[in-house]
Write a protein that binds this ligand. Sequence first.
Ligand SMILES: Nc1ncnc2c1ncn2[C@@H]1O[C@H](COP(=O)(O)OP(=O)(O)OP(=O)(O)O)[C@@H](O)[C@H]1O
Ligand SMILES: [Mg+2]
Length: 251
Amino acid sequence: MGILEVKDVGKRFGGLQALGDVNLSVQENSCHAIIGPNGAGKSTLLNCLIGKLIPDTGSVLFDGQSVLGRTPYEICQMGISRVFQTPEIFGDLSVLENMMIPIFAKRDGAFELNAFSSVFAQRDVLEQAEHMLAEMNLADKRHMHAAAMSRGDKRRLEIAMCLSQNPRLLLLDEPTAGMARADTNNTIDLLKQIKDERDITIAIIEHDMHVVFSLADRITVLAQGRPLVEDTPDKIKGHPKVREAYLGESA
Ligand SMILES: Nc1ncnc2c1ncn2[C@@H]1O[C@H](COP(=O)(O)OP(=O)(O)OP(=O)(O)O)[C@@H](O)[C@H]1O
Ligand SMILES: [Mg+2]
């Protein structure tokens, strides 16, 4: 039994079967990659894992509890954090201010914009944010506008914001999309370090096979909303079904 159990999940959007018969078992403290061509249903599946989408059929259990119908706050309380496909940071705020938001929200139970000005009076929040930025090698950028950072550093900040919640499950939707090779390699190193140093399970969606093979313990290949094959990276490399799924797409 994995820490995350997806059973017979199906999801339709009108006439489109975006997911069908998806079964997935993610083992605790492993890194599980979900790969597949564009439109395979990867982000839809991730949205089902955080309760954002409710599948038409099936169940999603995290540590034995259903995630379906939960609010984002409840999902966070359960120990699940997610880095979205499109970066979700406040570009007009500084790196430090961004870092303070989830810490403040965690402490006070909910984040209210009108309470934000009082954040600066909260020394413990500030200290925790500074500490997390130092741990993530972002300390020297703390007064920069978040929008001005490189794509790699934006991702690093988002991951730091997620880690401030002490998640047991970290979900990443294409964390290296659109990155230069140097930023991609930095992100791989960061995720390896997180994997080694923390008690954490990682589920990652990724198109870049260099990233997948550097990090994953197991890989599920999705095609047209269905799991095509699930195995270790060694077995997935050169698997005929994987080549078939990616035919016409550079993998
Ligand atoms: N809210 C929605 N309404 C209607 N169709 C949707 C919706 N979300 C996704 N789809 C469709 O469902 C299918 C799966 O989409 P999804 O975003 O999960 O794919 P993906 O594997 O994440 O693709 P990519 O690699 O491009 O990010 C696609 O055909 C997409 O157009
Ligand atoms: Mg997607």
